[in-house]
Design a binder for this molecule. Structure first.
Ligand SMILES: *Cc1c(COP(=O)(O)O)cnc(C)c1O
Length: 483
């Protein structure tokens, strides 16, 4: 990659007296008379640059970034799929953008219809009775779902349930959300095949357990086949079963958490339903519940009246509020546009193609990369580094070398079940050619690891920052800029 990276700050481009605008005089001879207390003593420290410098600076900076729109982004447990631009355009419609969050229901019927329709469609997709779109992220949805579960137990006068059972393969947000909800975390182990060990689970269940959280397919990309048995055990102990649906992609139109016995779930609209993510942008983590739990969902809720109109209601049984308003509206609009444009058939193909693509890459590379768990995966899978451990080339080295080839690195060193985890999720939106090119590069890196290992160990060679000392950066981070 022969491209120039621009790393100068806009302040470094500044020259006293330059400006980036040319406006006629405002015709006012005397300056506006501001009170002394309101006027600044020293001019603001702003960069002084001409218009081309500003335009080039921001455009060039934007090309230093990597995104799904610039290249293949096989980040496991993240579903970095291409988001069709039509959904972006629909969400940017002025009728949606200019809506005030406090607009009364009578004046926002169209917007509420979008909301209600999405709640309903997500309920269909998840096999749940009702959804709330209020939570702002996956982790926020987990917290909301756990609060629903607590409200349910309390409504029955059951205050003893303070524990949440979470598999050791779970996403880090699961235990974090449980802790934020004030619950105690109990870990259940996985078996060598990557699924939850039911024998390990049994003795953990008693009347102090509020819920068990599960991800399915789990974070290893493996389908948990024992859900019916687990659901029976968990329900038998009086606890509820929570589904982490952050990565619902492979399940779309194939299986529904509600049908498997899950009581509460969340979905990440910013992974599966057409909102770009990464970099901490706005998200949305809708929470669904089975029949009988609707009243505990957070306020406010959007409902449909018998006359067909839509309304915003609050319930005294609700867990309270978890957001100021009804959540991130533009993301709901994108998600609905995505679902409607894909249609039932398209949604059903998405999960199947994501699964096919992951298996294609896995099977094409497993002779050179160590596959700790054999068999068909779902939307993602994990290698345990290179098959040939004698080269000394690590997963980190492979990930960095991929940057030289213009790819975003896969997820590395997660899940923690293997020493050299390299987790790949291609998604359904990539063509066969893209997958083949990626496979060829991965094979090339494996060959380099045996023949010229230093090339891989010293990578990346073509990025603005070469090979930082990770340990040094973590121990003594430099958080201020010096020219
Ligand atoms: C991404 C993810 C989450 C958390 O979602 P955020 O929106 O980042 O809070 C939770 N669980 C799993 C399995 C995930 O992949």
């Amino acid at each position: 990659m022969n491209r120039k990276y621009y790393s100068k700050l806009i302040f470094e481009l500044s020259h006293p007296g330059r400006h980036g605008y040319s406006l006629p005089s405002n015709g006012l001879d005397t300056p506006v008379d501001l009170p002394e207390t309101l006027s600044r003593k020293t001019p603001p420290d702003l960069p002084e640059v001409d218009e081309p410098a500003v335009v080039r600076h921001y455009n060039n900076m934007s090309t230093n970034n990597f995104g799904v729109d610039t290249g293949f982004y096989p980040l496991g447990s993240c579903t970095m799929k291409y988001n069709p631009k039509i959904n972006e355009e629909i969400a940017s419609h002025s009728g949606m953008l200019q809506l005030h969050p406090s607009t009364p229901a009578v004046a926002a019927q169209g917007a509420l219809m979008i909301y209600y329709t999405l709640q309903w469609m997500l309920s269909e997709i998840g096999g749940m009775a009702e959804f709330t779109l209020n939570p702002f992220a996956g982790a926020h949805g987990e917290l909301t779902g756990l609060m629903v579960i607590r409200a349910y137990h309390r409504s029955r006068g059951d205050f003893r349930r303070t524990k949440v059972i979470i598999p050791d393969s779970a996403h880090g947000t699961n235990p974090a959300s449980a802790a934020v909800a004030g619950l105690e975390i109990v870990e259940v182990r996985s078996r060598p095949d990557g699924t939850v060990d039911v024998d390990d689970l049994r003795p953990l269940l008693d009347d102090t357990v509020a819920a068990m959280m599960m991800t399915n397919p789990n974070t290893l990309g493996i389908f948990e086949k024992n859900i019916p048995e687990i659901a029976e055990l968990v329900h038998g102990a009086g606890a509820l079963l929570y589904y982490d649906g952050a990565n619902l992609n492979p399940m779309l139109g194939v299986a529904r958490p509600g049908d498997m016995g899950f009581d509460v779930m969340h979905i990440n609209l910013h992974k599966t339903f057409s909102t770009p993510h990464g970099g901490g942008g706005p998200g949305s983590g809708p929470v669904g519940v089975r029949a009988g739990l609707e009243q505990f969902l957070p306020n406010p809720r959007v409902v449909r009246r018998p006359d067909g109109s839509f309304d915003i209601i609050s319930s005294s049984d609700a867990l309270g509020r978890i957001s100021a308003t009804l959540g991130n509206y533009a993301i709901a609009a994108r998600a609905l546009a995505y679902i409607l444009s894909m249609g039932r058939e398209g949604i059903m193909m998405a999960g199947r193609l994501a699964t096919l693509n992951a298996n294609y890459i896995k099977e094409s590379l497993k002779d050179l990369y160590k596959l700790p768990i054999e068999g068909v995966c779902k939307h993602e899978f994990v290698f345990d580094g290179l098959a040939d451990k004698s080269t000394g080339v690590t997963t980190l080295n492979v990930a960095k070398r991929l940057l030289d080839h213009g790819y975003h690195a896969p997820t590395i060193y997660f899940p923690l079940l293997f020493h050299e985890s390299l987790m790949i999720e291609p998604t359904e939106t990539e063509s066969l050619e893209t997958l083949d090119e990626f496979i060829a590069v991965m094979r090339e890196i494996a060959r380099e690891a045996s023949e010229t290992p230093d090339i891989v160990r010293d990578a990346p060679h073509d990025t603005p920052i070469g090979h930082p000392d990770d340990t040094q950066a973590a121990l003594t981070p430099v958080t201020t800029y010096t020219a």
